[in-house]
Design a protein around this ligand. Structure first.
Ligand SMILES: NC(=O)c1ccc[n+]([C@@H]2O[C@H](COP(=O)([O-])OP(=O)(O)OC[C@H]3O[C@@H](n4cnc5c(N)ncnc54)[C@H](OP(=O)(O)O)[C@@H]3O)[C@@H](O)[C@H]2O)c1
Length: 288
């Protein structure tokens, strides 16, 4: 599997990661299936897995995603010492809804729990502040991450759902290595709001979330005529075309497609070998 550097850290990660959200929400499959998906992803060379404290059904099930990944890594027969688990904090799941919580005390507690759930014997590889909470200033909300780095609980810090201005503010508090914002054929904001350009200029890894539009919308990819036509011509899936299109946009991009089936991850990794010409990228651009 092709690799990329995480930010400027010197740490190599697979050029395509695994998004674990579909394995933790209320529509999740049986745990044994999820563990098989993670094991298959590792077999195929994936070394970057994204999760969050809030990937769960509701508050009573908090940290489900981290528990699942930890269990899968522990039961994997191969070497997992180079696998980077990226988690997040800052969202809550009351009654299964999504709300923001940038309260520094809450963030300190959730970082401590994530650290323990992920094994407690080494720092969290990458902890991301999930989304800015307008009830707190960014500095207040990012200080817990800085403290946790200093305490050896977090190795690297990233941000998610941030504008360029917010990323700059965050970098005044703590070193940031990655940015995770939505980017897919229906939502191309990062190309226009300056975030992608900024990440490339500053060598921050850009992790596009919901690269296929999310678990409810991904079947609609077939409805983009150019994506469907290129998939047919190249003998690959529409998912591979979308990942190739995203990856063509910037060397900073490292997609984290979600999967809860082995067939999805097996198909998805094939995208590393799919290259689009400038003309093909522009044809997709005109349609999306
Ligand atoms: N930071 C944030 O605010 C935020 C928000 C949303 C998501 N995320 C992260 O981004 C990751 C990706 O987003 P996402 O999971 O919402 O959506 P997504 O990656 O756009 O789509 C995931 C869906 O696509 C299907 N799929 C994936 N590859 C496929 C293939 N090759 N063939 C057929 N179906 C395929 C999967 O189906 P199966 O489930 O049937 O395998 C899954 O349900 C998440 O898992 C999460 O880690 C972050």
């Amino acid at each position: 599997m092709e690799t990329k550097q995480l930010g400027k850290t010197g740490v190599s990660i697979s050029a395509i990661g695994l998004g674990s959200m579909p394995m933790s929400l209320s529509t999740r499959p049986k745990e044994s299936q999820s563990i098989d998906v993670i094991h298959r992803a590792l077999d195929l060379g994936i070394t970057f897995i994204d999760t969050a404290d809030s990937y769960c059904k509701d508050e009573s099930d908090k940290h489900h995603g981290e528990q699942l990944i930890h269990k899968a890594l522990q039961s994997y027969k191969g070497n997992v010492s180079h696998v980077i688990v990226a988690t997040k904090g800052g969202l809550m799941r009351p009654n299964g809804n999504w709300t923001r919580n940038g309260n520094p005390q809450h963030l300190r507690e959730t970082i401590r729990t994530s650290f323990k759930v992920l094994g407690g014997n080494k720092p969290i590889d990458l902890w991301q502040y999930h989304a800015p909470d307008p009830n707190y200033n960014l500095k207040e909300s990012l200080i817990p991450a800085k403290e946790a780095v200093e305490a050896g609980m977090i190795r690297f810090v990233g941000v998610s759902n941030f504008s360029v201005e917010q990323i700059k503010q965050a970098r005044d508090v703590v070193d940031i290595v990655s940015v995770q914002n939505q980017y897919n054929p229906w939502y191309r904001e990062p190309e226009f709001d300056g975030v992608l350009e900024y990440c490339e200029h500053e060598s921050l890894t850009f992790l596009p979330w919901s690269p296929f539009g999310g678990s409810r919308r991904h079947h609609g990819l077939e409805d983009f005529p150019t994506i469907a036509k290129l998939a047919q011509e190249k003998g690959v899936s529409v998912y591979s075309i979308v990942l190739a299109w995203l990856r063509s946009k910037s060397p900073s991009i490292l997609p984290i497609p979600g999967a809860s089936k082995i067939s999805s991850i097996e198909d998805t990794v094939q995208a590393v070998n799919v290259k689009l010409s400038d003309d093909e990228v522009q044809r997709i651009d005109r349609e999306t």
